[in-house]
Design a protein around this ligand. Sequence first.
Ligand SMILES: Cc1ncc(COP(=O)(O)O)c(C=O)c1O
Length: 401
Amino acid sequence: MTAHTPSFVFSQRAQKLTSSAIREILKVTTRPEVISFAGGLPSADGFPIEELRQAYDNVLATEGRQALQYGPTEGYRPLREWVAKDLSRDGLTVSPDEVLIVSGSQQALDMLGKLFIDPGSKVLVESPTYLGALQSFSLFEPEYVAIATDEQGLIPAEVSTAKAQGARFIYTLPNFQNPMGISLTAERRQELVERCAAAGIPVVEDDPYGELRYAGTPQPSLLALGRKAGATVIRLGSFSKVLAPGLRLGYIVAPVEIINKLVQIKQATDLHTAIVTQMAVYNAIQNGFLSRHLPVVRELYQRQCTYMLEALDAHFPDSVQWTKPEGGMFLWVTLPEQLDAERLLEKAIARNVAFVPGAPFYSGAGLKRNTLRLSFVTVSEEKIRKGIEILGQLIREELQA
Ligand SMILES: Cc1ncc(COP(=O)(O)O)c(C=O)c1O
């Protein structure tokens, strides 16, 4: 038999894509006996199924021809107007022309990579940061500059002139960051936008979790602060965590010159985001539905977070630390330095508990192998207790080994 000769050649870009070892390990988390704190999914208990069913029905019954036709790349105008109005707070005015509707904020990350990153371009990212952003940006081969974080968010003094010099943008998650669950303090927000204004680098503010605050005081957006400080801020929003991720609906807010370029990129990508979905979501939210729905989701997530914090207090050794989120879906655990979370995961999986080790959330510098992310919104109270007890026991055993 002759050896098989491949009749295709992948681009160099595609050849560099690799499947991570962790992804392979986490495949087992779909087994029903596994208690998984690894997923990044919102709780399906918070999906407004009936309201969305009704909204799709309304749209198809009354505006079906428009809803099923091709639409404008920029997005459905009433939804852009809704987003602009919703963001016009904290002394900020946003024009609908500054809003581009996208198919989830993940698409926005890919489009921003296309717009700003050449091979070797400097991009500043929090350390650790959202893994999906690293995946999107890395296709365009940037040189990452890691900005250290602590429990108050990224450290603005780290955005030094030397680090910012020539950078294409800084990517930051100011609220209930994925993976750490931490938020940027008011003082740091102000200092960050001032530093970026002085350095002339755009701030990409990714904020899918900001509306899921269940404790503490809401902080002004970087968009609002940045406008006042003369910084260019590109804000990413999403309906994934406030309604449902299956809608694949998000938006970018940016100066019109940037939006115009992004429109060209989006045209080449997918022409436009599904109009029927944009119209249905607009139909559902136009009369204040979110102000009734969001408190339900916040309460649910707060309850879940409390179960997790109580279990950690009860079962983890004193030498382990974790963040205390005021919103969102994640918290971040720091183990004693001698423990490696990837090795711990293999042993945890053998006992049917899963989490995501911290390593893939780091762009390079500052990597801490003794960290891990726990997601608390999709697991029942009983399983949270049981899973954390098993993990706590395993950590104690590893510390004694
Ligand atoms: C920080 C962050 N940005 C963006 C996304 C992508 O969200 P979507 O594409 O569903 O809007 C996620 C999803 O988990 C996220 O955590």
